[in-house]
Write a protein that binds this ligand. Structure first.
Ligand SMILES: NC(=O)c1ccc[n+]([C@@H]2O[C@H](COP(=O)([O-])OP(=O)(O)OC[C@H]3O[C@@H](n4cnc5c(N)ncnc54)[C@H](OP(=O)(O)O)[C@@H]3O)[C@@H](O)[C@H]2O)c1
Length: 317
């Protein structure tokens, strides 16, 4: 983990990405944390470079979805859709996550509104009962109760060369719209950059937060250069950022970007990077989902304010 000041984002980048705070200065200022996110503030969306399609800048991560929180999952996915959120990130290897999502979306009747991103189990994994490659994808479709997914990702760079031809075939056949590759470890950042240069992906997924800015050094600029969409995972450092913030007050100027909670501070920092298409905070509580979706509306920091956010966070007191 690093906590460097990110100087690689220019004002021009931000202007091109349409995220300068001034764009929305006519919008009402600061809301109480409890106010629902479907306020009059516009939903922040981002363009997928490969197609021009726009998706909301805040989705949901589902690594912790399990049967013990089945009702919460149903409530979260229902509310998320009401609030305008669509992006759901899951994986073949996240226990019951895919099946719980499939069941919830079927009973809510919202499958067609959602942008489902799942991940393949790669490798051969001989001796394991977990299916890999084509069998993994088939099982994902069955569990998700769908005939296609919007985004299929190679999980943790495992088996890129072997999986790419299969994924391209499925893309041609209309079973997936976009293909991607993921990591969540700084130790894999050099490898994902190699993959970004050498394979025809539409998306990458990478760890990025105000406390872990390594991706902004080279990966995010490379994503802009190669016109790849970016999902940002671990925006809260697996909740460690909340522990670090527990004794701290938000700065008064957070209201200038419609931030009323630490979650919104962390998320608005992530999605205001011009390379980031969508952040996927994990949540298993409805109140967290509502809080996080609120970060997907209203004003965003410009480059100067992003630096101020970093400096304030780095002070650690
Ligand atoms: N290699 C990969 O491809 C990879 C690796 C890691 C993660 N991911 C993806 O990225 C997603 C995000 O990562 P993550 O879920 O591990 O970590 P995270 O999003 O950094 O943090 C999730 C934690 O933050 C808490 N939280 C969420 N919203 C909150 C709020 N508004 N206020 C206070 N606490 C809040 C959650 O609590 P509750 O559960 O109690 O709501 C949970 O403990 C994953 O779910 C997964 O989809 C992908």
């Amino acid at each position: 983990m690093t906590a460097r000041t990110n100087c690689s984002v220019s004002r021009r980048d931000l202007l091109e990405a349409g995220v300068v705070a001034g764009i929305a200065t006519l919008l009402p200022r600061g809301l109480p944390a409890a106010e629902p996110a479907e306020s009059s503030r516009p939903l922040i969306t981002r363009t997928i470079p490969a197609s021009g399609e726009r998706i909301p800048a805040i989705g949901i991560g589902t690594d912790s979805f399990s049967d013990s929180v089945r009702d919460d999952i149903h409530a979260e996915l229902k509310r998320m859709s009401e609030l305008g959120g669509t992006v759901i990130d899951t994986a073949a290897s996240y226990g019951d996550s895919e099946a719980l999502i499939g069941q919830a979306l079927e009973s809510l009747g919202t499958r067609d509104k959602m942008f489902i991103a799942t991940k393949l189990v790669g490798g051969t994994s001989s001796g394991s009962s977990t299916p890999t490659g084509a069998a993994s994808f088939q099982r994902s479709l069955e569990r998700l109760k769908t005939s296609r997914v919007e985004l299929l990702q190679v999980h943790n760079l495992n088996g890129v060369a072997a999986l790419i031809p299969l994924m391209q075939e499925w893309k041609k056949a209309g079973k997936i719209r976009y293909i991607g590759v993921t990591t969540s470890r700084v130790s894999q950042h050099a490898e994902i950059m190699d993959v970004m240069r050498n394979y025809p992906f539409d998306f990458i997924q990478v760890d990025y937060s105000i406390a872990n800015r390594d991706a902004a050094e080279a990966i995010l600029p490379l994503a802009l250069e190669r016109k790849l969409a970016v999902l940002a995972n671990l925006p809260f450092g697996r909740a460690s950022l909340f522990r670090q913030a527990s004794e701290r007050q938000l700065p008064g100027w957070a209201a200038d970007i419609d931030v009323t909670t630490w979650a919104q501070y962390f998320l608005k920092y992530v999605i205001s990077h011009p390379a980031v298409t969508c952040a996927i905070p994990g949540s298993t509580k409805l109140s967290h989902l509502v809080d996080n979706q609120a970060a997907g509306r209203g004003r965003l920091p410009d480059a100067a304010l992003r630096r101020k956010m970093e400096e304030y966070w780095d002070r650690k007191s």
